[in-house]
Design a protein around this ligand. Structure first.
Ligand SMILES: Nc1ncnc2c1ncn2[C@@H]1O[C@H](COP(=O)(O)OP(=O)(O)O)[C@@H](O)[C@H]1O
Ligand SMILES: [Mg+2]
Length: 338
């Protein structure tokens, strides 16, 4: 079994009276890529801050271990910080645009107390893995493309050869066409150097390279599992039928619901995706039922759910559960008042 690099047990974070993280537990094995997914305010950054010694112990309770060391103790901070790297959301925070890539690296390397020769060796290895062309190493960074700057920022986060690298929204603000490129470089770094990675993101495409995805909502972890395994827990292992419908409205949605389908989600003005058990067997029956009920199908195809769709459905399910609980509470209270 691979060793555990990070252990978090029953983490609770409170700012004053406001509790923002509720009983979060998970562990990370050496070499894994972990994705933290959730909408803004879900608690992603707060959890990472607690792990990376950026959150005073007065705000949190529970157990955190990074390579066996607890960030609860200030005396452990130097050792923990030496074993982790950080790539901020905005490159401006760790890059000097008027300096050359090499000079940028030197600035950070000396902050870590690395010898010049060693840091040059590591930098060259990283630049090669990241395909940062040799003729750009000695030119000011401002002449580089956005994707290249991001890669230099990744190299800086790795210059002290940390065991764990934290990346805050690595693909946000990057051109759609370049997003996949960033992800494949992260995977390459992980495979070549064995670096454990934490990716915080609201871009679900990041799940493509993740061994485990954590889904966060309102300070709680709803799931912590391999994204493909999560998708396969959907009805018919995540197979879906996508319909384009003429005049899609609530009445049409209700026809689907009375078939009945397991899950239904509107994904566009006239497009819905539906999940049914016994997909292959039931699909012809569903289509027949729709035609009989005067639903006008303009087009239709079969597909497998993406992680984005799983995430939306999982959040939807949680919201529904909460609504039902609330209605039940109101009923109980209402009943008591009679
Ligand atoms: N220092 C703080 N004081 C009070 N509330 C905070 C503080 N930091 C974060 N929060 C609150 O904690 C919640 C989670 O925030 P955060 O971890 O930044 O979410 P995310 O990174 O998922 O967008 C939010 O409601 C935010 O307002
Ligand atoms: Mg955040």
């Amino acid at each position: 079994m691979r060793e555990l690099v990070i252990i978090v047990e029953n983490l609770n974070v409170k700012f004053g009276k406001k509790q923002v993280i509720h009983d979060v537990s998970f562990s990370v094995k050496k070499g894994e890529i972990i994705g933290f997914f959730g909408i803004s305010g879900a608690g992603k950054t707060t959890i990472i801050r607690a792990i990376t010694c950026q959150l005073s112990k007065k705000y949190w309770t529970g157990k955190i271990l990074v390579n066996g060391l607890s960030p609860a103790k200030k005396s452990n901070h130097a050792e923990i910080l030496a074993s982790i790297g950080y790539v901020p959301q905005l490159e401006e925070l760790n890059l000097y645009y008027d300096l050359k890539p090499k000079a940028n690296i030197d600035t950070f390397a000396s902050a870590y107390g690395l010898k010049t020769k060693k840091s040059e060796e590591v930098a060259e290895q990283l630049f090669h893995i990241l395909d940062i062309p040799e003729d750009t190493w000695k030119k000011p960074l401002e002449r580089m493309s956005g994707g290249e700057k991001k890669r230099v920022s990744m190299a800086i986060g790795l210059i002290h050869q940390p065991e764990v690298l934290f990346l805050d929204e690595p693909t946000t603000g990057v051109d759609a066409s370049k997003r996949y490129e960033i992800l494949s470089y992260l995977k390459k770094l992980n495979q070549t150097l064995g670096t454990t990675m934490f990716i915080i993101s609201h871009d679900m495409e990041c799940s493509l390279i993740c061994d485990k995805a954590a889904i966060l909502r309102q300070g709680k972890i709803l799931e912590f599992e391999n994204p493909q395994i999560l998708i396969s827990t959907l009805p018919s292992k995540g197979m879906l039928a996508r319909f384009t419908i003429e005049r899609l409205n609530q009445d049409v949605m209700n026809v689907f619901k009375t078939f009945p389908v397991e899950k239904i989600i509107r994904v566009g003005n006239d497009v819905i995706e539906v999940f049914i058990e016994n997909f292959e067997q039931e699909l012809p029956n569903l289509i027949e039922y729709l035609i009989k009920n005067n639903v006008k199908i303009n087009s239709f195809n079969k597909d497998r759910a993406t992680f984005r769709r799983y995430f939306q459905l999982r959040i939807q399910e949680e919201e529904l559960k909460e609504k039902r609980e609330w209605e039940y509470q109101m009923e109980v209270k209402g009943g008591g008042a009679k």
